[in-house]
Ligand binder design. Structure first.
Ligand code: GAP
Length: 511
């Protein structure tokens, strides 16, 4: 656990040192759970957005993208259910004065029991070697069965209590599981209370005229209210999708773990409108498609897992998370939800406007069903940054810190370095940049030894470093160094563009 915390601390400090992420308004000691993206962070973030947008909009004929306003008519949030039901069940520990999400305490408790099961299985592997039958072991070992039964019982009680808003039941479950506060170690808990997560503000400057409006807690509603606008103006035929990237705001009580849980964050969401009855087919399709999108980054297939929701949101008939192995362990990265026709029907009811589609093949009007994919941009950022951050010991015993960011997402694609600051080498280096800069973000670097410059580029994840030396002036060749293998080869300047493009193009991820 301590090792994991150390890893997160290392990533946070690296992110600050190299201009990826800064605490917001730091000169005033920062603002809790709010962060600013620096010069390299905004490049990485833009590249992640571009990867998502291209894969969703550019690679799908039937998906289009929009950019709706953050402020929406307040009735939107009545209709969507957020005013009444967008709550977290919270509980305080009276000794440490720390506040927790009650469901998260229970999830973490179940995770601990799951780990016990895995340890038991590991013991079995060690004991029986090649003869080990894992399936049989899980089905018969008394310790495994007892712990699996415990998890099931907690899950069932938690689901029932949350679904029926039985807060006393949630409290009792926490007591029965003997869950202690991680800080004080005590079981001195308050009752469980519901807390609405939406930020509100007032519209209009004249007193009395003001109306309460909300900062959107999800971008999805901007898509729902524009469903007919897009369908009609874009002549879209079902099934089709509407995608959007934008800010969302939640008054998270337990906001911690760096950019994992923030009060202001960005979502990349897509609502896929389909025929009623076909939603489960599309739910499976999007689970698979989104899983492939993540895995194409090469951060390691075993770093992802699906987690089915126990407590379904008020709008869903099926939902799961794609979890990523963050430095803090497996946590939600993306949600995939079958939202039924809940949102469109609610907006029909509250606006009095029909939000229906005429299906020419069925010769029928209906309210479409919706499958949603929703991934947090900041969580993607943390996933990429933490999985890419490596401390390596090299063959000669020296050390380097490298960010092996997938090249298509790397902030700078190439650094061009004159070996010395004289003899026309800087001018030649700038000439090379002039030939590359229309397609790739390049960095010019002439300070310090070449070795130090390589280390600097490794630390910010630049896939290629090009060195210009005296031979360059004679025959127009340079050395190009690969960030990951550290191999250097001499190539013609004329070949640079192709070589870089082959490795850093988004095509490498999208095919
Ligand atoms: N429209 C559905 C929706 O908003 P969600 O599971 O509440 O569903 C979707 O959020 C994604 O948004 C999450 O998987 C996560 O990546 C991201 N997200 C949610 N709350 C966040 C927060 N406080 N900070 C950063 N990212 C967050």
């Amino acid at each position: 656990m301590e090792q994991k915390e150390d890893k997160l601390k290392e990533v946070i400090s690296h992110a600050k040192e190299y201009g990826f992420v800064f605490p917001s308004s730091e000169i005033y000691d920062g603002l809790a759970a709010t962060y600013d993206y620096g010069q390299l962070g905004s490049e990485l973030k833009n590249n992640i957005k571009s990867y998502w947008w291209k894969s969703m909009v550019q690679m799908h004929e039937n998906i289009v993208g929009i950019d709706s306003a953050i402020f929406m008519h307040p009735t939107t949030w009545k209709a969507s259910g957020h005013v009444d039901a967008f709550n977290d069940p919270l509980i305080d520990n009276k000794d440490s004065k720390k506040r927790y999400r009650a469901d998260v305490l229970l999830e973490e408790h179940m995770e601990k029991i799951r780990l016990k099961i895995e340890k038991e299985v590991e013991k079995g592997v060690k004991r029986f070697g090649d003869d080990f039958d894992e399936h049989q072991f899980r089905a018969t070992n008394p310790n495994v069965l007892r712990n699996a039964e415990k998890i099931k019982e907690i899950e069932d009680r938690m689901r029932t209590a949350l679904e029926t808003n039985d807060l006393e039941g949630v409290y009792q479950l926490i007591m029965d599981c003997e869950i202690v506060c991680p800080i004080s170690g005590s079981r001195n808990w308050t009752e469980v209370r519901q807390f609405n997560l939406m930020f509100s503000t007032e519209l209009g400057s004249v007193a009395g005229d003001a109306a309460t409006i909300y900062l959107r807690p999800e971008t999805a509603q901007g898509i729902f209210v524009n469903f007919l606008n897009v369908q009609k103006s874009g002549r879209m035929k079902i099934p089709f999708g509407i995608a959007q990237i934008g800010k969302a705001f939640r008054n998270e009580i337990v906001a911690r773990q760096f950019i994992f849980r923030m009060r202001e964050f960005e979502q990349m969401e897509m609502q896929f409108f389909c025929r009623p009855g076909e939603e489960m087919k599309w739910y499976e399709y999007w689970k698979d498609t989104r899983s492939k999108w993540h895995k194409a980054l090469g951060l390691g297939d075993n770093q992802y897992r699906f987690h089915d929701h126990i407590k379904l949101a008020h709008y869903a008939n099926a939902a799961c998370d794609i979890e990523f192995n963050f430095p803090m362990g497996f946590k939600e990265l993306e949600g995939i939800h079958s939202r039924t026709d809940f949102d469109l029907k609610q907006h029909e009811q509250f606006s009095g406007k029909k939000l229906q589609y005429f299906d020419p093949e069925l010769n029928q009007n209906y309210v479409p069903f919706v499958v949603e994919t929703s991934v947090g941009l900041d969580r993607m950022f943390l996933a990429v940054l933490s999985a890419s951050h490596k401390n390596e010991v090299l063959e000669d015993g020296s050390e380097r810190t490298v960010l092996s960011i997938p090249p298509a997402l790397a902030p700078y694609k190439v650094a061009v370095m004159p070996l010395t600051k004289k003899d026309g080498l800087p001018e030649k280096a700038r000439e090379i940049i002039d030939g590359l800069k229309f397609d790739f973000l390049c960095q010019y670097d002439e300070k310090d030894s070449i070795g130090k410059r390589y280390r600097r580029q490794d630390a910010i994840g630049t896939p290629f470093s090009v060195t210009v030396d005296h031979e360059t002036l004679e025959n127009n060749t340079v050395t190009i160094r690969d960030r990951d293998t550290m191999d250097q080869v001499r190539v013609s300047i004329a070949d640079l563009h192709r070589m870089i493009d082959e490795k850093v193009s988004m095509r490498t991820l999208l095919v």
